[in-house]
Ligand binder design. Structure first.
Ligand code: PRT
Length: 109
């Protein structure tokens, strides 16, 4: 059974600490210094790698790439000053209706 005692909120707290206190050993700090555009680019790359793992990899590959993806999402949210709680609140709000109902209520592209 996987260890579920670690949450994205725990990761968010570590990332927030590294953004302020990270030293030269911190990847988070190094990425943040390159700016949000670079962090967002890395997020996109990890998303593509996750898709590839879903299509061609085994479960371990998908888990590994998903972890990279979630980490980079947490970094981008932190750099943009968006608390993870606000994303979770949006997900909670959506539970009031089905995904298809939510899609129909979105503004047209
Ligand atoms: N979960 C992660 C995590 N997942 C992925 N990565 C890093 O993301 C990078 C992605 O790999 P790539 O090969 O695409 O990137 P790269 O070539 O190293 O980077 P670029 O030169 O492309 O910018 C790797 O360096 C990984 O180590 C992570 N780095 C940090 N964390 C967490 O963040 C915490 C703080 O990390 P530091 O900031 O390094 O202390 C760690 O304890 C972890 O909990």
């Amino acid at each position: 059974m996987a260890d579920t005692t670690f949450s994205l909120s725990d990761l968010e707290a570590i990332v927030a600490d590294r953004l302020v206190n990270g030293d030269a050993t911190s990847y988070t700090r190094k990425l943040a210094e390159k700016g949000v555009a670079k962090a967002a680019q890395k997020l996109g790359e990890e998303a593509v790698e996750t898709v590839i793992a879903a299509l061609t990899g085994d479960a371990d590959a998908l888990i590994y790439e998903s972890a990279d993806l979630l980490y980079h999402l947490v970094v981008v949210l932190a750099l943009k000053g968006v608390p993870l709680d606000e994303v979770l609140a949006e997900l909670k709000r959506r539970t009031a209706q089905s995904g298809l109902q939510e899609k129909a209520s979105r503004p047209a592209d």
